[in-house]
Design a protein around this ligand. Structure first.
Ligand SMILES: Cc1cc2nc3c(=O)[nH]c(=O)nc-3n(C[C@H](O)[C@H](O)[C@H](O)COP(=O)(O)OP(=O)(O)OC[C@H]3O[C@@H](n4cnc5c(N)ncnc54)[C@H](O)[C@@H]3O)c2cc1C
Length: 467
């Protein structure tokens, strides 16, 4: 009997890693502490629970880096993408999923696999020595006992900071005589209709009153040690955005572009709040980009100032959560093993990637690497030109570490084109590209190269992938 690989944490990364290992014919034991012990954000005992938004973001594999990552993961037979695709809900150009159906399907697929056993319970310290190959995928809310032992082993302080959760509203409490359905620029996207978001318009006076209320609203106080904790720009709380400038929200989550109010088509709204379907039934909608650390009472009062939400009932209000992650460029080797104890491999957000899809993709890589090692094969790293390779590069070495401040410079990051090696746009005779056209051509060249290289790395037909 082959010895099993142990995975600690059955979230996005751990579930994907388990699948990848089992599909190579290697046994795996997946340790998940829920429901024996919970986290501040998880609500269920399902594997791969989505703790906040239900979106896997853009599904555009030609012009968007996370869309490209989707495509590469599908090529690698990703369980997370397979179940995401089969549980999608309409969301314009994005891939959004019915969170309960999705998590139940991932759980069922792993429970049914003959090479996967699932053990419920916390791994409350370093994994026992007899576990000779372990993937730690315990996420941003890693339990304190395990986090402490990793910190003791590495000698590095894990950096903690906060993510803020966006509120969810009951659909039937939204005033549909004010809010209208439309996707930005009427984009249909995968599984969408072009009219998937509910839009709440604001006049200039309403916007200013709203920003004033955000600035004045009661917020959760930071403790001393939390005060210096940096935010990451992808998930800024709205009141922090409002503090950065009166116009910041109008250029961020409340931007009014690509939308026309059918009740007042000749007048452009000054700002627009968008809500996106959150469950398959269509009974819940989340406020897009509205992460917040406002206190609950303040949230209810302030969000009801939004036209269309004056009677809103909230299924869940926003909240605050810590994020635990390693100084990976220093601590991990190129195949995600801890240099100080190579039987431990890390995956998911704890490695310093950011987002559901990125976490799952690092789980996918860790699973492939661990399985290859167990089978006595050479570990093959993805080319740096692929989204897989770009993300892995960020985690294990691409980042230039600056040691000149109180906090280290390595920060969690979504996949983005800045992580890819540059490419020359192929010149067309007699045509000179400029501006947006040139940017798009560059993205298409990068993603075409990435898909072809990913296919070659995975041993798939290259021509089809590059198309
Ligand atoms: C509050 C919050 C909101 C977020 N919102 C978004 C969002 O909207 N969109 C997005 O793309 N990303 C979001 N993220 C970021 C991130 O992508 C997700 O947290 C993602 O789930 C990370 O995947 P993971 O597999 O690394 O961790 P998780 O999915 O959190 O999985 C880790 C698992 O490990 C288990 N565990 C922890 N410690 C132990 C232990 N000692 N023993 C056994 N099991 C253990 C946990 O119970 C959990 O199931 C958010 C993060 C947080 C904290």
């Amino acid at each position: 009997m082959m010895k099993p690989i142990h995975i600690v944490g059955g979230g996005l990364a751990g579930s994907e890693a388990a699948w990848q290992i089992a599909r190579r014919g290697v046994p795996v034991v997946l340790h998940e502490m829920r429901p024996v012990r919970g986290t501040e954000a998880h609500k269920t005992e399902s594997l791969a629970e989505l703790v906040c938004s239900n979106s896997f973001r853009s599904d555009d594999a030609e012009a968007n880096a996370v869309g490209l990552l989707h495509a590469e993961m599908r090529m690698a037979d990703s369980l997370i993408m397979r179940m995401g695709d089969s549980h999608q809900v309409p969301a314009g150009g994005a891939l959004a999923v019915d969170r309960d159906g999705f998590a139940a399907a991932v759980t069922a697929a792993l429970e049914a696999h003959p090479l996967v056993s699932i053990e419920r319970g916390e791994v409350a310290g370093l994994p026992p020595e007899e576990w000779d190959s372990v993937i730690v995928a315990t996420g941003p809310l890693t339990s304190a006992a395990l986090a402490d032992s990793i910190r003791a082993l590495t000698g590095e302080e894990s950096l903690a900071f906060f993510d803020a959760i966006a509120p969810i509203v009951h659909f039937d409490s939204i005033d549909r005589s004010i809010a209208w359905f439309q996707s930005r620029y009427d984009k249909p996207g995968p599984g969408g209709t072009g009219a998937d978001y509910l839009n709440c318009p604001m006049t200039e006076a309403e916007y200013n009153a709203f920003v004033d209320a955000l600035l004045a609203g009661d917020k959760t106080e930071f403790k001393d040690w939390e005060a210096s904790t940096p935010y990451f720009d992808g998930c800024l709380p709205i009141e922090v955005m409002a503090e950065r400038g009166r116009e910041t929200l109008r250029h961020g989550p409340m931007k009014p572009v690509g939308l026309t109010n059918p009740n007042n088509p000749t007048v452009k709204a000054y700002a627009i709040v968008q809500l996106r379907q959150d469950n398959a039934l269509g009974t819940l909608y989340n406020m897009v980009g509205f992460q917040t650390k406002l206190k609950y009472g303040a949230q209810t009062a302030i969000f009801r100032m939004i036209p269309g939400l004056q009677n809103a009932e909230f299924a869940r209000l926003g909240g605050l959560h810590r994020n635990t992650f390693l100084n990976s460029p220093k601590l991990l080797d190129p195949s995600l093993r801890l240099k100080a104890m190579p039987r431990l491999r890390f995956a998911g957000q704890i490695t310093g990637c950011e987002g559901y899809v990125e976490s799952a993709s690092v789980g996918l890589l860790a699973g492939r690497f661990a399985a290859a090692e167990r089978l006595g094969e050479a570990v093959s790293l993805p080319p740096p030109t692929t989204a897989f390779g770009a993300l892995l590069g960020h985690i294990t070495g691409g980042h230039i570490v600056a040691e000149d401040g109180p906090t280290r410079s390595f920060q969690p990051m979504n996949v983005n084109f800045g992580l890819f090696p540059p490419i020359e746009v192929p010149k067309e005779p007699g045509k000179r590209l400029r501006g947006a056209e040139k940017t798009l051509a560059k993205k298409k060249a990068l993603t075409g190269r990435a898909r072809a290289d990913a296919a070659a790395w995975l041993g798939l037909p290259v021509a089809e992938a590059a198309e």
